[in-house]
Ligand binder design. Structure first.
Ligand SMILES: *Cc1c(COP(=O)(O)O)cnc(C)c1O
Length: 389
């Protein structure tokens, strides 16, 4: 489509045409045999993407924040101690949600672009009994990637539940939920899962379901209570009609299409594609002498990049220039330094050609804004890396 914009923000992202087409078919009844099959299939496919054959999947109408809210409201009771491991904006959101349900939170905050060390986490877990800890796999505000595996191992060692915010990582970064022993991995449809906004998706371990069943007090949230949704998920998986709240039929039809595309590509291959494109993109950014927020390459996410503006360039002018080249980018999100950086999403159905368009538009924009760079440098760095891979 001529003049079509490339949506390169960290969600919503560029969607596969088949996914968008699925959104537009006539809406079926939520209890029709066809739709029951689609819903049941989607639940089963989620287990493959999460690598959680034993997990209990939930598909709920809502955003990623509802998925976080659902994890907290079902597992946490008033007075429970919860450790929040934060590398940005979305770590703090977990703290807010936890406090809303009366949890006593301790937050370990990493400096911008860094992660909290395992030593610090272990020291905290040793100091008192935490019921749960939260991890943000990729904090979308900083583009920092955390390795959840050693943290979930620590959680197990100290008999603490682990909750992973995978909103910017599921289907884009490596996740082995069952092997790593993570109790909840949650996401939203509009990020690497590749479906327009509107679905909260969770995978819950048997242990977490048990902890929920053994609660002393009722869940303080009517809509999010697993009591209402668990029977619905079980019914769809057993291909039986059921009702609690009307599911977003078209979104779930699109979800099944996207999950099939993900599984056809193969989850490991898909993660590798994200890694390769992200690595080559980073070299392109480095060739423009731009500084990225994550302090090392190991800490850089493969689903998005957070990049400081060069001195003398303001955000509004850069994004206007990019926009004129049909590339939409996102501004900063961390309140203290919001105006000093921008973000480019590169997850889901993204190709090398899309990234070349982005680097090309970025080079032209920076040159027009008076930054002394040589045109073609970032494209060359990107291409060379990709050719080597
Ligand atoms: C986008 C995002 C969220 C919030 O998701 P919404 O769908 O906007 O509610 C939470 N955590 C992370 C890591 C995200 O990237």
């Amino acid at each position: 489509m001529k003049g079509r914009k490339l949506l390169m923000i960290p969600g919503p992202i560029e969607f596969e045409p088949e996914v968008l087409q699925a959104m537009s078919i006539a809406t079926d009844s939520h209890v029709s045999p066809n739709f029951i099959e689609v819903f049941g299939n989607s639940l089963e496919l989620m287990r493959k993407v999460w690598k959680s054959p034993k997990g209990q999947p939930f598909i709920i109408s809502g955003t990623g924040t509802l998925a976080m809210d659902m994890a907290v409201s079902n597992l946490i009771e008033k007075g429970d101690a919860v450790l929040v491991i934060s590398s940005g904006y979305f770590g703090k959101r977990f703290k807010d949600i936890l406090e809303c349900y009366g949890a006593h939170t301790t937050i370990l905050e990493a400096p911008v672009g860094e992660v909290v060390s395992l030593d610090e986490i272990e020291k905290e877990l040793k100091s008192k009994q935490y019921k749960a800890l939260t991890i943000t796999h990729v904090d979308t505000s900083t583009g920092v990637l955390i390795d959840p595996k050693p943290i979930s191992e620590l959680a197990k060692k100290y008999n603490t539940l682990s909750i992973l915010d995978g909103v910017c990582s599921v289907a884009g970064e490596k996740i082995n939920q069952d092997d790593w022993g993570i109790d909840i991995v949650l996401t939203a449809s509009q990020k690497a899962i590749g479906v327009p906004p509107g679905l909260a998706l969770l995978m819950v371990s048997e242990k977490a379901i048990q902890v929920w069943k053994n609660r002393k007090t009722p869940v303080g949230n009517y809509y999010a209570d697993w009591k209402n949704w668990l029977p619905i998920m079980k019914a769809y998986e057993e291909r039986r009609p059921s009702y609690f709240g009307t599911p977003p039929v078209n979104l779930i039809v699109a979800l099944e299409v996207s999950l099939k595309i993900i599984c056809e590509e193969g989850i490991d291959k898909r993660i590798k594609r994200h890694q390769n494109l992200a690595e080559a993109f980073r070299l392109g950014i480095d060739a423009l002498h731009l500084k990225r927020l994550p302090v090392t390459n190991e800490l850089a996410a493969h689903t998005l990049s957070a990049i400081y503006y060069p001195e003398g360039v303001d955000g509004a002018s850069l994004s206007a220039k990019m926009n004129a080249s049909n590339v939409i980018i996102a501004g900063g999100l961390l309140s203290d330094i919001k105006s000093t950086y921008f973000r480019i999403g590169h997850m889901g159905a993204i190709s090398a050609s899309d990234i070349l368009s982005v680097l090309g538009a970025l080079e032209r924009a920076l040159i027009e804004l008076g930054i002394p760079i040589e045109s073609g440098k970032s494209l060359q760095a990107f291409q060379n890396k990709l050719i080597q891979m």
